[in-house]
Design a binder for this molecule. Structure first.
Ligand code: SF4
Length: 255
């Protein structure tokens, strides 16, 4: 995809996309959003979490030496993938020099390299890398998103930030009406999906790599360790382990 054919989302219903500046405004704007494209636009300008807004913008100005010539996105990261996706993969939050730099989730960092390579091996991504919004990458039957949309310091959002951002997640999941399989990458995403999805069995299932929950209506929730460098460098998560979980998701939508 060339820069000429890519466009950032905008809200065609208004001359300026409304900006959420508080948890209440996130709830109200998310609840009133009727299409995924408009939701993407509203997420992309959100400023409801002061600490995260300051961090994402500071990182975007200071930059990492390796990316000193890049223009960082420095804003919230909306989901990536088609509206009729049947597999929905949820991570924790954008990386400071990954998604926060490139503007696409799991793009421009090592976690993304692992994830997109696996998705490509399974026929769920056009190519095995994701380096920029202009790289021509496309997901197939799959949408990627984060439980928290802004890069947090130390990859650790606070409880308040997690809860403030949750209405964006809840609305996105509601708008993804064809979704049949949800995959949580890591315990944080698992807990976020348990708190957001309906028909979660009680007691709530615990996170474990390879866990599978039948939501009872033809939908499933699966779990994988997050493809963070901490997990992949130590061998806690191997390519085969990630392929097994994502392959199970691919099988569930075709079976
Ligand atoms: S983390 Fe979510 S709620 Fe907080 S500023 Fe970013 S997009 Fe808004």
């Amino acid at each position: 995809m060339s820069p000429e054919t890519f466009s950032w989302p905008h809200d065609p219903a208004t001359s300026a996309t409304p900006i959420a500046t508080s948890a209440l405004e996130v709830r109200e704007l998310a609840a009133g959003t009727q299409t995924l494209r408009i939701l993407d636009a509203r997420i992309s300008v959100c400023r409801a979490c002061p600490r995260l807004v300051a961090w994402r913008e500071e990182v975007a100005v200071q930059k990492r030496r390796a990316f000193i010539d890049d223009e960082y996105w420095g804003r919230p990261i909306f989901g990536f993938g088609p509206i009729d996706a049947r597999v929905v993969i949820v991570g924790l939050a954008p990386a400071a020099h990954g998604g926060n730099r490139t503007g696409r989730i799991f793009t421009g960092d090592e976690s993304g390299n692992w994830l997109f390579a696996s998705l490509n091996r399974l026929g769920l991504a056009r190519t095995g890398t994701s380096t920029s919004v202009f790289d021509g990458q496309a997901l197939i039957n799959t949408r990627l998103l984060a439980a928290v949309r802004c890069a947090p310091p130390d990859n650790a959002p606070t409880t308040l930030e997690r809860d403030t951002c949750r209405p964006w997640l809840a609305r996105e999941l509601a708008l993804l009406t064809e979704a049949k399989v949800y995959v949580a990458l890591g315990g944080f995403a698992w807990a976020s999906l348990l708190a957001t999805l309906e028909q979660i069995p009680k007691p709530k299932p615990k996170f474990a790599h390879g866990a599978r929950v039948d939501l009872g209506d033809g939908r499933f929730l699966l779990a994988s360790y997050h493809p963070s460098q901490q997990n992949t460098f130590t061998g806690r998560l191997t390519e085969e382990m990630l392929d097994d979980v994502l392959g199970a998701a691919a099988s569930l939508i075709t079976g």
